[in-house]
Design a protein. Structure first.
Length: 284
C-alpha cells in the first residue's frame, strides 16, 4: 500500500492514459485474466475505458483504476470493455467439417452404448462458435433421440455471454449459410424484428453458457470433454499462461479427446497432444 501511495503522486488526475497508469492496468489485467497487453494496445485500452469513465462520471483513469482494484463487479465490467470479440458462424469452417465428418463418426462408434457427448467452447464470445458446433453435431447425428449432447460455452465477458444466450442476430450473420441450414436452425424475425434471426429453441437447449476465467487455478468440471474449442485466444497469452491453459485442457479432455486452436496458433512442444489436422490436436 505504501508503494502505491508514493507512486500515485507521480500520476496526473486526468483522463489521458499515462505510461504509469497504463502499466497499472497492464499488471491488473494480466494478474486477473492472464491477458498481456503490449504497449501498442495503449490507445485501444484508453479509448475503451474512457467510454466507461463517461458513463460512471469519473474524470481520471487513475481514479477508475483505484475503483476497479477494489470493486469486483466493476472489474468484470472493465474486462467486458477490453474484450475483443471478432467472430462469426462457422469461422474457419474446415474445423466444423472435421468435427462433423471425422470426429463425430468416431465418437458415435465409441459411445454407441453411453450415447453421451460433451464439447466445450472455451471462449464462446457472442455465441456463433457454440451454435455452429451444435449445428455440426445435429448434422452429423441426424436423429438426436437417445443421445445426451451437451455443449458448454464459456467466456470471461458477461456482456458477450448475455448476447450469446439471447441467440438473436442480424440476418446478415447467416447470409452465407445454405438456405436449408438457416431454415432448420433459425427463425426469421417478424414485425419489429424484421432483419433479425433467432436460434431455434432445440439448438439453444443443447448449450449451457457460463462465465469462466481461463486463468483460474482450477476449472469447475466434474466430467471430461470429448472436444475442446479454444480458438484465437492463445494469441493474447504469454508462454506461462499458454502452458497453464494447455495443461488444464489436457486434464479436462477425455482419453483421445480433441483440442481445436485458432489458425494463427500453434502447440508449444508436445504438451501431451499430437497434431491430426489443421490446428487440431489429439490428446495422447
Amino acid at each position: 500500500m505504501e508503494a502505491l501511495k508514493s507512486f500515485s503522486a507521480k500520476i496526473e488526475p486526468e483522463s489521458s492514459l499515462s505510461d504509469e497508469v497504463f502499466g497499472l492496468f497492464q499488471n491488473l489485467i494480466y494478474t486477473t485474466a492472464g491477458i498481456r497487453l503490449s504497449s501498442q494496445k495503449k490507445g485501444l485500452l484508453s479509448s475503451r475505458l474512457l467510454r466507461r469513465l463517461k458513463k460512471l462520471g469519473i474524470d481520471s483513469l487513475y481514479e477508475y483504476y483505484r475503483r476497479v482494484k477494489d470493486d469486483s463487479d466493476e472489474l468484470v465490467e472493465m474486462l467486458n470493455c477490453i474484450s475483443t470479440n471478432t467472430t462469426h458462424f462457422f469461422r474457419e469452417n474446415h474445423h466444423f467439417e472435421y468435427l462433423k465428418n471425422k470426429i463425430m463418426p468416431e465418437l458415435l462408434t465409441i459411445k454407441s452404448s453411453g450415447k453421451t457427448i460433451r464439447i466445450w467452447s472455451a471462449r464462446c464470445s457472442t455465441g456463433e462458435e457454440p451454435y455452429s458446433i451444435a449445428i455440426a453435431l445435429c448434422e452429423a447425428l441426424g436423429d438426436m433421440r437417445g443421445w445426451d449432447i451437451n455443449v458448454l460455452a464459456t467466456d470471461i465477458s458477461t456482456k458477450v455471454l448475455g448476447a450469446a444466450q439471447s441467440g438473436i442476430y442480424e440476418y446478415e450473420a447467416v447470409s452465407d449459410m445454405p438456405e436449408d441450414i438457416v431454415r432448420r436452425y433459425f427463425l426469421r424475425g417478424a414485425g419489429e424484428n424484421i432483419g433479425k434471426i433467432k436460434v431455434r429453441d432445440f439448438l439453444k437447449d443443447m448449450i449451457r453458457f457460463r462465465r469462466l476465467n481461463l486463468k483460474d487455478g482450477a476449472y469447475p468440471f466434474k466430467r471430461k470433454f470429448d472436444v475442446i474449442f479454444c480458438r484465437n485466444v492463445m494469441i493474447y497469452f504469454d508462454e506461462d499462461m499458454k502452458q497453464h491453459v494447455l495443461s488444464m485442457f489436457h486434464r479436462h479432455l477425455s482419453d483421445s479427446g480433441h483440442l481445436f486452436l485458432g489458425h494463427s496458433e500453434t502447440m508449444l512442444g508436445s504438451n501431451g497432444f499430437k497434431p491430426v489436422f489443421i490446428t487440431v490436436y489429439k490428446k495422447i
